[in-house]
Design a binder for this molecule. Structure first.
Ligand code: AMP
Length: 416
């Protein structure tokens, strides 16, 4: 199948050709015709499947062909809401490329930065607005955005949106959006609460689906190293040195953990940087572009920050820790082996995480290949339930002691 078989107009076809896209991905082939027909769509697809283009291309085409396309003053005709700044920026970059031969305009707004430049962009008038929920509602409240002319609404990464606590923002938004509109709803997973939400948004939707979350991409080789908690850093460095990997996306469960890993790698002269919620927006963008430009070998990310990062042809993903939920594992490793490329996912497992690996294997319905020939094998035993209880109690006690001491040292003045 070719893009032109999907009735895509020449200016967009040319842009796709320039991008080097030979043929539509499955989600694109399935979704684009329905969207062009004006149908609502319920899309079950994760990042890496080409879903951004699946909604961006028909939106650009729809606006380009509309009678208002060349009016001097552009109104917002399409709103794309997505959970993270990185994702918003990437959707914006994609639209930039696909719409380059049209007069379709767009802008991107997100929180964590001053609003001035974003408001100035909006004042010029745009056809497509890509937004994160908080900043969107903020600028609507301030009267900088009107949604009255919207005829196409996209809710992207709905499951992550709910995980991040945006449900009330979405409900508020639904009250403001025009009732007569086309809506597209994308989510990597479809649990009951997501389906319920989709019913509030969509009207008689066409369902399109690729790689359900329980199936890991066939092109990703998965390996696991069992080790002790205290050996993980040495093992990581051993793997990076031995396997000669070029660029690696490495996942850490916590922000502090991510910073620690970066410090340890730098000590070994491995170029690394972290991307997580405590980093300023411009810092994150710099790190991301350094990684894309090959100036960094290891990008250490937390799950939320990594969501939606778009890096072409990423070969290696390392899980420095095993995620608590198997779905998160599937999302993480889905960052390698994109768009038909081969990928490798390596996980480091300490005794306390052995059970999490079992849960992942159960969900994926396959065993992960164990690498046992390495210098840091797992010799410790997982804690018994009783030991775990005591360990957590002790951790809690130390935490309370730490905060009590801090308060005492600050003369009871609390946080400064
Ligand atoms: P997404 O799922 O939207 O994050 O896209 C994943 C990656 O696939 C991005 O790097 C896109 O640029 C790329 N991509 C999207 N559509 C195609 C296509 N038809 N052919 C090749 N690459 C594509």
């Amino acid at each position: 199948m070719k893009f032109k078989d999907l009735r895509i107009i020449p200016p967009i076809l040319k842009a796709l050709e320039d991008k080097g896209y030979d043929e539509p991905t499955s989600i694109q082939a399935q979704a684009i015709p329905h969207i062009l027909e004006g149908r609502d769509v319920l899309g079950c697809a994760q990042t890496g499947t080409g879903k951004t283009a699946a909604f961006a291309i028909p939106i650009i085409q729809h606006i380009h062909e509309a009678p208002y396309a060349n009016e001097p003053w552009a109104k917002i005709r399409s709103l794309i809401v997505t959970p993270t700044r990185e994702l918003a920026i990437q959707i914006g970059e994609n639209i930039d490329e696909y719409a380059k031969n049209t007069n379709v305009s767009h802008t991107v707004i997100f929180g964590g930065v001053k609003q001035g430049a974003q408001v100035a962009q909006l004042k010029k008038g745009v056809h497509i607005l890509v937004a994160t929920p908080g900043r969107l509602l903020d600028l609507i409240d301030q009267g900088h955005i009107s949604l009255k002319a919207i005829d196409l609404f996209v809710l992207d990464e709905a499951d992550r949106m709910l995980d991040m606590g945006f449900i009330n923002d979405i409900k508020k938004l639904l009250k403001i959006l025009p009732k007569k509109r086309q809506s597209l709803f994308f989510s990597a997973t479809m649990p009951d609460n997501i389906l319920q939400l989709s019913k509030e948004i969509l009207d008689n939707p066409q369902k399109v689906e690729v790689t359900p979350v329980s199936s890991t991409a066939e092109t990703i080789q998965q390996y696991i190293y069992y080790t002790n908690k205290s050996s993980k850093k040495s093992l990581l460095i051993h793997i990076l040195e031995k396997e000669g990997m070029d660029q690696v996306l490495l996942f850490s469960r916590t922000k502090h953990g991510a910073d620690r890993i970066v410090r340890d790698l730098k000590k070994k002269h491995i170029k690394a940087a972290a991307i997580h919620g405590d980093k300023a927006q411009n810092q994150r963008q710099r790190v991301l572009s350094d990684f894309k430009d090959n100036k960094l070998r290891v990008l250490v990310a937390t799950d939320i920050a990594a969501r939606g990062i778009d890096i072409d042809k990423l070969k290696y993903v390392i899980n420095f820790d095993i995620p608590d939920t198997p779905e998160t594992y599937i999302h993480r490793i889905g960052r390698s082996g994109r768009a038909g490329e081969e990928g490798t996912a390596i996980s480091l497992c300490e005794p306390e995480e052995n059970a999490d690996v079992k849960a992942i294997e159960k969900l994926a319905n396959k065993n992960i290949t164990v690498i046992s020939d390495h210098p840091f094998p797992q010799t410790d035993k997982p804690m018994t339930a009783q030991e775990k209880k005591e360990f957590n109690k002790e951790k809690q006690r130390r935490k309370q002691e730490f905060f009590a001491n801090r308060k005492k040292n600050r003369g009871g003045a609390g946080r400064r």
